[in-house]
Design a protein around this ligand. Sequence first.
Ligand code: NDP
Length: 476
Amino acid sequence: TKANIGVVGMAVMGSNLARNLAHHDYTVAVFNRTYARTQKLIAEHGNEGSFIPSEKIEDFVNSIATPRSIILMVKAGAPTDATIDELLPLLSPGDIIMDGGNSYFGDTIRREKAIAAKGFHFVGAGISGGETGALEGPSIMPGGSPESYKILGPMLETISAHYHGDPCCAWMGPNGAGHFVKMIHNGIEYSDMQVIGEAYELLRGVGLTNAECADVFAEWNKGDLDSYLIEITSIVLRQKDPRTGADLIDVIKDRAQMKGTGTWTVQTALELGVPTNGIAEAVFARAESSHDDLRAAARKYLAGPDGTVSVDDRTAFIEDVRKALWCSKVVSYAQGFDEIRTGGQEYDWNINVAEAAKIWRAGCIIRAKLLERIRQAYTDDPDLVSLMAASSVSAEMEANQSAWRRVVSKAAESGVPAPVFSATLAYYDMARAPRVNAALTQAMRDYFGSHTYERVDDHGHFHIEWTGDHSETRID
Ligand code: NDP
């Protein structure tokens, strides 16, 4: 018998995805550049289902039923191109290659075009959920031709996570749409994690121990903040160091690494002109945390409060932090969804924003109770300008915003860095202000560069003779 599907790349993600497929009764062809990894999978898990291992890529391709579906789970970038180049001469017309790695969506657009021209289908699918998700059910965001989804879709939906019976997998749109949506997922993940970290520092600032912080996060996880990242925060904070018995969190170096998807989210947002300052601050916060020279010099020369937070009523402050966290989280998601909506229009993908929220409700790293509300908001109004303005969240934003302001003020006063709390509040205030400082910016631009300005009481563009006779000229 031939395999229903093939998986290339037997590292963490690929091997778990192959096992997940096998657990669902698919016969899975498996291949890895270094055969030892394939052998390891078969030795350790070969009895879990039906696998066809191959040492040579030709045998791997021949072991799959046509039209073939082949999932790549290899390192993003050049290794993905190298693997595609090896596969292409071996394929038959109508075969499908799906790249499940964290590829940049621009690469996916390029690959899809080149591969479609050769008569094959190329699907770029974002997969979220890490190692456990790949094995037990990830959130899958595929993009590519609708025909290829007819073949691949049922298999992907079967192995994906399910939210009350709904698969966490849906077609996002043509070519790069799936990887674009996955990129934004990761961008939101950055700001979600950073703002949880800021909340943690404030709780530590008012004197809570790690164990007490863990209890607070566990309690928060029972309400509106219910999410995977809050849940694991409480678990992480309880972990002891096996070497010293201290709280593990206190012996982990405070330098956060990154692989690039957050940076891409912000770069793309800048190109699209979408303000995603919460996500940007989260990416910069990781960069600043790793900037050893800057931090060493600043510790030596720059004065300020030491991060101790003094408050009259600790319980009330903790509740303020919870409300602030909820508001900042909503803004982070609002910014991410705004980028999906704008990118979807710019690249002609026609992304159904509610579908993206729908498939993030389970399986992925940013799964959260909030996502069902987001799905509902975009289902009720697919053209929703901003999640912040949805009736299901705006009332709560209004109720929580004074707590949010107190938290941002307290953080600034105490010297606790809170870039995402502050940036998202600034975004909220900028969006709702009747008038912002852009008039002065525009006036200065006209002063030094004759860039013109618009008037509140007339149409067209104008320039004033700032240093001459102060007369105004209509430019168009
Ligand atoms: P890695 O990203 O560590 O990639 C290792 C795999 O890539 C191995 O199978 C390796 O083969 C193969 N590979 C590397 N270079 C080449 C090359 N030049 N030619 C052919 N094959 C090559 O593995 P992961 O399992 O962590 O991730 C796989 C993909 O999934 C990546 O794109 C990653 O970004 C993405 N992803 C990862 C998640 C995670 O939680 N880890 C979550 C979601 C997506 P060999 O054994 O021969 O070296």
